[in-house]
Design a protein around this ligand. Sequence first.
Ligand code: FAD
Length: 368
Amino acid sequence: MKGTKVAVVGSGISGAVCASSLARNGLSVTLFESARGPGGRMSQRRENVEDGKELLFDHGAPFFTANNTEVLSLVHEWESKGLAAIWKEKFGSFDRTSNKFVDLEQEGLISKRYLGIPGMNSVCRALCREPGVESKFGTSVGRLEWLEDQNLWSLIGLDGQNLGQFKGVVATDKNIVSPRFTSVTGKPLPLDLKLFPELAVKLNDIPVRPCFALMIAFAEPLTSIPFKGFSIKNSEVLSWAHCDSSKPGRSTSSERWVLHSTMEYAQRIIAQTGLQKLSDATLTKVAEELFQELQSLGLNISQPFFKKAHRWGSAFPATSIAREEKCLWDGNKRFAICGDFCVSPDVEGAIVSGLAAASKLSEVFSCL
Ligand SMILES: Cc1cc2nc3c(=O)[nH]c(=O)nc-3n(C[C@H](O)[C@H](O)[C@H](O)COP(=O)(O)OP(=O)(O)OC[C@H]3O[C@@H](n4cnc5c(N)ncnc54)[C@H](O)[C@@H]3O)c2cc1C
């Protein structure tokens, strides 16, 4: 049934891949995204500094890996269009206890690390603009209503605006059924799980792991660090650091690094602050603590001219709820839920899940 109207909620990689695949199958896709731009946890953050310059940071996923054949074939297509590339740098690991680096290449622990070009969000951005996909950014879906008599979905915005009616819907964020949505927005949950009693059991309260990202910029290169990305072992505060400006396609006018906190550190802060928007004072304190930990590694780090922390309240799902099926699906109501929480807590898992949801929805319409 060509031209059938369907909606995708979320422009992270699962939603973007799903929307593109549905449109390539002839469906007319409207994609809604709460944020101002595409990418979700594959976003790129734009920061203005005092002298009017802009600093860009991949403050979510720094890179991704791919093994699945379908995913690899998409990644190769993105590479051929200049939207993705391999990050060919040296990667290591630093042990806080022995104060020593290990070269992962020498240990044989390297797999290809893929990047979006010129930012991690470039793939999502391109997919959201494909023919057949109409993307509406800055539009939060506040309610997904099933109209039984019309056999249709009606989508309503967070402020009550009518977002249209659709034959099928794919939701890509577990927040639409999570109490987190209500605690952050103060509004009721967008989806009434009584519509899907069998899916409700799986979706109930998916555990998540939080993380803080610290974005820092230096006027001069940090020559004392022998790697452009390294994990940090045996630190209570830091788990990862990478040089964002070493990635292909990025500006090299300053040296920009992104650090990730440990999950335990982020949980400790969230236990004190809750999930509400963090105050500037808390974010400054977190930024200081993460930077101090980097300094304490003994790597001779100079003072950055820019330093800012970002909280990812649910950076990684702590469980996978549809490892076999790859997405949750109700054929009668033509409703799918996909995302990394279905398959594995990474970009590859999110792509696999988005493709599975698109395939379910496309199949149902091709039979009509
Ligand atoms: C700090 C950090 C480091 C990471 N490191 C790696 C890594 O090294 N390698 C790797 O592979 N993965 C990594 N990941 C994980 C990876 O980013 C995710 O697995 C993947 O991006 C998830 O994609 P998704 O589409 O499932 O979800 P998301 O990217 O979260 O997309 C969901 C989208 O839905 C939107 N949305 C939610 N509710 C609504 C609504 N009501 N209306 C409209 N829009 C809505 C959200 O704004 C969001 O854009 C990392 C993540 C973080 C945060």
